[in-house]
Ligand binder design. Structure first.
Ligand SMILES: Cc1cc2nc3c(=O)[nH]c(=O)nc-3n(C[C@H](O)[C@H](O)[C@H](O)COP(=O)(O)OP(=O)(O)OC[C@H]3O[C@@H](n4cnc5c(N)ncnc54)[C@H](O)[C@@H]3O)c2cc1C
Length: 386
């Protein structure tokens, strides 16, 4: 009843089944404890790697599964339905750093980094945001200055998911000079590894939700980066990051759909057994109306996401549709988890049931990888253009 209506190939069904089985047995039973401990079991990342889930979009020549976007998003929904924190690890790794290296890296960079990233031996992170550069990331100030066969980086990157556990971090920094600023064309992408001198994890955020996913601030203090760690062309890093964020938006939409699905499933199960006035809650029409609205928004969000992924897999440009998918799914997840809390009553407000965690986890999907307002800007601009 709440599964996808999208026609799936045998291979896509198999990926979905594999992900559901893994998420149900290896993630869901522990998600509440990881949330409380503010740390997931470090082994989960290697298990995801063994399944191939950290190289889903990478070609087989780099050790990936070479799958289409829809297969990846089906798997991501399953992982997110069990634990949104594990889903963000998988989403950031697959959508951002591995994609950027695949699309713009040199042969040497691809051969060095991608096979190890595909297995999860090396986890990827993405460092674009800064304390004063969020929605308007092009104003970032981390400075890169060329010094012989190195670049020297100084600055602070904020909100880096998995930045304290990642082995490979794609960091954006300005290569233009203070006297000749080139805007978004003065930013390059650097492949950072934590062993570089001058690299430091300077703060770990205490968060409302996604607590098992570490979010950290990184400080680069005269960090010396070998010149062969520049990704693609100098000055093109911002464009590469924006291109990757388009794929990232679909990942966050899948994460939101997974959170929303878990909330719908748990609310249906709860209202079927919880009795008041000697009647199961689910028998009251007012409750059925809420369940109907929750399921309808879930299906709408997932249908939009899958249609966009299918179009992307056909090679079509999906910029505004990717923004619509993220906007619709994240707002659906927030609305659905809010209704879930209401239908659980007092039990929804305490930590006895997972809906409380789902509600906290849902909120960030409206904020990161482009807040809802930014998605509306992207969609609105496309509508207003000729
Ligand atoms: C848990 C978490 C994990 C994250 N992980 C990463 C990561 O791995 N890598 C990374 O680089 N970043 C990451 N981020 C950062 C995230 O992408 C930013 O928080 C996001 O882009 C918003 O930036 P900001 O927080 O600075 O908000 P601001 O840009 O200050 O925006 C504040 C509010 O103003 C609104 N706003 C801004 N501009 C406009 C406008 N023109 N019109 C209307 N409204 C506007 C925004 O939509 C938002 O509601 C993460 C954030 C969180 C919370």
């Amino acid at each position: 009843m709440i599964d996808t209506l999208t026609p799936l190939s045998d291979e896509q069904r198999e990926i979905q089944r594999l992900a559901r089985e893994f998420a149900t047995s290896e993630i869901a039973p522990f998600a509440g404890a990881w949330d409380k401990a503010e740390a997931a079991d470090p082994a989960v990342r290697f298990k995801l790697g063994e399944l191939g889930f950290l190289g889903m979009l990478l070609p087989t020549e780099y050790g990936g599964l070479g799958l289409d976007s829809l297969s990846y998003l089906l798997a991501l929904e399953e992982i997110a339905a069990a634990d949104a924190s594990t889903a963000v690890l998988m989403s950031v790794h697959n959508s951002l750093p591995t994609r950027m290296i695949l699309n713009h890296g040199s042969d040497t960079q691809k051969r060095h980094f991608l096979p190890r990233m595909a297995t999860g031996e090396w986890l990827g992170a993405f460092a674009l945001s800064e304390p004063d550069a969020g929605s308007d990331a092009a104003v970032l100030t981390t400075q890169a200055v060329r010094d012989g066969d190195h670049w020297v980086l100084n600055g602070t990157k904020s909100w880096v998911s998995n930045g304290n556990v990642a082995e490979v971090i794609l960091a954006m920094a300005r290569n233009d000079s203070a006297t000749d600023r080139k805007g978004s064309r003065g930013i390059s992408a650097f492949i950072i590894t934590p062993d570089l001198p001058g690299f430091r994890v300077s703060k770990k955020e205490a968060k409302m939700g996604l607590r098992a996913s570490p979010t950290v601030q990184l400080t680069f203090d005269g960090m010396r980066v070998p010149a062969d760690r520049v990704l693609g062309e100098v000055g093109h890093g911002f464009v590469y990051a924006m291109q990757s964020l388009e794929a990232g938006r679909l990942g966050i939409a899948a994460q939101a759909v997974g959170i929303a699905r878990a909330a719908v499933e748990q609310t249906i199960a709860y209202t079927r057994v919880r009795q008041q006035f000697r009647t199961p809650l689910a028998q009251f029409q007012a409750v059925q109306f809420k369940l109907a609205d929750m399921a309808t928004r879930l299906h709408g969000a997932r249908a939009m996401l899958h249609a966009t992924a299918a179009a992307k897999d056909r090679g079509e440009a999906v910029g505004p549709h990717a923004a619509m998918s993220k906007l619709m799914a994240s707002e659906a997840a927030m609305w659905i988890t809010t209704q879930a809390i209401q239908l659980f009553g007092g039990y929804g407000y305490v930590t006895d049931y997972p809906v409380e965690r789902l509600f906290r986890d849902a909120k960030v999907t409206e904020i990161y990888e482009g807040a809802s307002e930014i998605q509306r800007i992207v969609i609105g601009r496309a509508l207003a253009a000729d």
